[in-house]
Structure formats: structure tokens, C-alpha cells
Design a protein around this ligand. Structure first.
Ligand code: ZN
Length: 448
């Protein structure tokens, strides 16, 4: 695959931003930079140096919704007639008519209050975001891609891999060329550790999600990581290990802080970690503290209570596990997947059988996924058990799948979950395209 890194410059975000140009019988751009004059000029120069121009772009693949990656997508789409792709969770931000930063205001307000950030700091942050609204041009129209989607653009194939953490809908675009390589956006960066918790306050369990995303990249055996800022990473696995160690050590610091000075809220922990926090750092620093506190709470090391001001305060659990135990490498047999609030755990896996725990789900969901499995090629049987505690101390629902010898049950589950997703997406699109306001009872809902 013939790709070129275009350095768009800029120091506002995580350092100079990269856009990648891929030329084959389709011309593809990964991320666009902000909608500022300097960045646009740098992009145009980069395209010209590669004997192409804005008008030639067929497709724009967005790694995530932040302005330094998606800010110029709408204008580019209009100029080039290009298709723009993103994960639905981030597409919702990019396409918001009031602008992505304004669209996040109420989520931010809620999070900052929960984290104990003082009112004057919260107000300063909102005026900071207003000053930054220039970074986004008009919104593009987006075609959704989700985990597992293969985008075939001309002779180019990209596999979409969901990498939540830095943002809720962050994706990587993986491709094969002398091994696996990937455009990873801001999931990996060479110089900084990507912000989690504050960079997108919608991410539930930000550190859990992010650590899982790192492992997803590591397990794919990626050789070259084409990152969102600065130089590409020639040894991504080593970088992943150093980021994991960094977070493990930071969690350790947070635990000793709570032990000696607790209970503390996120803001107090953030100030102890990072010192004075102004502007965007008030959001990013406090979000990062939250990500660690939340991870430690999930791991049983801390617990929280809520004050009258609706702020979370964290306490140390007296007989808690070690920090190391919650940073242990997960292996595939006992892997916990943290996708949003859903936790999955493989209990048993052979070539033709899978038993998987789906924590917190009810009959409705289990029935839907079971129904989809029974429609999936190669599935011989699919059942679920809602009250498995009788069969061995298990309290969460368990899905059991049996396949014929040609189909891996994990692949079958992947196919079934995608078919559910397609049905739900179709329903959402049909619903949103339908007449509005609400039609009169009995009237057909049909596309505009
Ligand atoms: Zn970035």
C-alpha cells in the first residue's frame, strides 16, 4: 500500500498532526486536520507534492471525532465529493449541527460536577471551548463503520478495529502489507500517553477500555503504527508496554494518595498528580484522575460515595487486592472485554463450543443474540442460562454456542452480533429518515 504521511503542523493538540494519503486506484485520506488556514495549506502542499489535489480524494477515514482529526472533513467532502467514514459513536459528535464541542457541553458539565471541579474552573473551560469552535468546519455526512467492517476502496482493504478509550468511537484502520500495519490515530503516541477520561467524557470505564484497546493492538501483532501525531512508531509493542507500565505506576500513586489523604474527589487527586490545572488541562487532568479512580474501584481497591453536591469521593478498601493484580495481562481464555458497560468473559472455548458470560444483561438481549445466532451459518445450537448460580456459583447470564467443525464459535458470535447491529442501524436510519413530527396514528412512516 502506497501511503505518505503529511505533516499538518500545529501545536495546539498532541503536537504536529498527521494526515495520511494513500494512493492506488482510489485516493484515500486518513484524518484531515483542523479547519484552520495553516493546516489546510499544509494539506494542500502535501497533496501537491504527491501529484494529487483535494479534488482527487475519494474517501476520508476518520480515526476519531477530535478537531485535529475530523475538523476539516466537511469542507473536504464538499470540495471532493468524497465519502467520509467514522464509528457511529464518534460520528454523532462530528455531525452535530451545533458543532462537536458545543454538543459535548452537557456531558462535560455532568462529568465535571461529578469530579468535583470548582465552578470557576468549569466556566473557564467552557469559554476555552468557545474560543476553539474555529477548529471545526461545517459537518460532513458520515457512513458508519464498526468493529470488523472491511472497507474495500478500489484495490485497498482496511479492517476497522474499535479502539475505545481516548474517545468512545475511536477506531484503527488495519491493513496487510508484509504483515499487519495500522493507522491507530491517538490510541498510541510516541511522546505523550494519550489522554483518557477527559478527551471524551462519554467513555464509561475509560482506563479499562483503553487498556483493552492496547491489548487488541498488541494481539494483532502490528508492525508499524501510523499514529495521529509526530513520527510513526516502528516498535509499537514496546511503546504499548511502556504505556501500560506508566498507567500501572500512576494507579499505584493514586492508591497511596487515597490511603494517606483520602477520601478524595477526582479534582483533588488531579491537583496532587498534575499541579495547577487551567484551560483544557482542567478537563484532561481531572478526567485522567477519574479514569484511574474508576479503574481502581472496578478492581475492588477503592470504593466511592456521593456527597450532597453530587461529587464522587474515593476511599481505600481495607482488604483490597494489589494494584498489580488489576494490571495483569489478560489472556484470551479468561479475557474480560470492556466495551461500554458490558463485560464479557469466556468461560469455556473449544473449536466447536463456546460458553461466554455476558454480565448484567436481561432476557430481552439474550433472546435477541440467541435468535441471531440461530440464523448464523455453521451454528448448530445456541442457548442461554439466566440463573446459572445453581450450576456452580455463577450469577451472570451465560450464552452457550455450538458450531459445526468448519466454524469457530467466536466467529459465529461476531457474525451474529454484527447482524443485530445492522438491523438496529437500519431501524435507526429508517426512523430518522421518516416524517417528523410524529405521523398521525395509522399513517405509514416512510422516508422523506
Ligand atoms: Zn489528536
Amino acid at each position: 500500500m502506497d501511503w505518505t504521511r503529511i505533516d499538518l503542523g500545529g501545536e495546539l493538540f498532541e503536537g504536529p498532526t498527521n494526515s495520511y494519503l494513500i494512493q492506488g486506484d482510489s485516493t484515500v485520506l486518513i484524518d484531515t486536520g483542523v479547519a484552520s488556514e495553516d493546516s489546510i495549506a499544509a494539506l494542500e502542499v502535501g497533496l501537491a507534492e504527491n501529484h494529487t489535489s483535494v479534488n482527487e480524494i475519494d474517501a476520508i477515514l476518520l480515526t476519531h471525532w477530535h478537531p485535529d482529526h475530523a475538523g476539516y472533513a466537511g469542507v473536504l467532502q464538499r470540495r471532493a465529493g468524497a465519502s467520509v467514514y467514522a464509528h457511529p459513536r464518534d460520528a454523532r459528535r462530528v455531525t452535530a449541527t451545533e458543532g462537536p464541542l458545543a454538543a459535548g457541553r452537557s456531558d462535560r458539565r455532568q462529568a465535571l460536577r461529578k469530579w468535583g471541579v470548582p465552578a470557576e474552573v468549569r466556566m473557564g473551560l467552557e469559554s476555552f471551548f468557545e474560543d476553539f469552535s474555529f477548529t471545526f468546519g461545517p459537518p460532513p455526512e458520515i457512513e458508519s463503520v464498526t468493529h470488523g467492517t472491511v472497507l474495500s476502496l478500489g484495490t485497498l482493504d482496511f479492517e476497522v478495529v474499535h479502539l475505545p478509550g481516548h474517545t468512545a468511537g475511536h477506531v484503527g484502520y488495519f491493513f496487510e502489507e508484509n504483515g499487519t500495519n495500522a493507522f491507530v490515530g491517538d490510541t498510541l503516541l510516541g511522546e505523550y500517553t494519550p489522554n483518557i477520561g477527559g478527551a471524551d467524557v462519554r467513555v464509561e470505564k475509560p482506563l479499562d477500555n483503553y487498556l483493552q484497546s492496547l491489548e487488541t493492538i498488541a494481539h494483532s501483532g502490528v508492525q508499524q503504527a501510523l499514529v495521529g501525531h509526530r513520527e510513526i512508531l516502528e516498535d509499537p509493542i514496546q511503546r504499548i508496554e511502556s504505556i501500560q507500565t506508566h498507567h500501572r505506576n500512576r494507579s499505584e500513586r493514586v492508591v497511596s494518595m487515597i490511603e494517606s489523604d483520602g477520601p478524595l474527589d477526582c479534582w483533588s487527586v488531579a491537583k496532587r498528580l498534575f499541579g495547577d490545572l487551567r484551560g483544557i488541562h482542567a478537563l484532561h487532568g481531572t478526567g485522567e484522575a477519574f479514569a484511574h479512580l474508576q479503574h481502581l474501584e472496578t478492581g475492588g481497591i477503592l470504593r466511592s460515595d456521593i456527597t450532597a453536591e453530587r461529587t464522587y469521593r474515593y476511599h481505600h478498601e481495607s482488604k483490597s487486592p494489589t494494584v498489580d493484580s488489576i494490571f495483569e495481562q489478560r489472556n484470551t481464555e479468561t479475557m474480560w472485554c470492556y466495551i461500554y458497560n458490558m463485560e464479557l468473559r469466556v468461560i469455556e472455548k473449544t473449536d466447536e463450543e463456546l460458553r461466554i458470560e455476558i454480565a448484567g444483561e436481561d432476557h430481552t438481549f439474550m433472546n435477541v443474540i440467541k435468535g441471531a445466532l440461530l440464523e448464523t451459518d455453521g451454528v448448530v445450537a445456541a442457548t442461554y442460562d439466566m440463573n446459572p448460580e445453581q450450576s456452580g456459583g455463577q450469577v451472570e447470564p451465560i450464552l452457550s454456542i455450538q458450531t459445526d467443525s468448519n466454524v469457530d464459535p467466536l466467529d459465529a458470535l461476531g457474525d451474529a452480533s454484527r447482524s443485530v447491529q445492522i438491523t438496529v442501524n437500519d431501524f435507526t436510519s429508517a426512523f430518522e429518515a421518516a416524517h417528523w413530527p410524529t405521523p398521525i396514528t395509522g399513517e405509514m412512516i416512510r422516508p422523506r
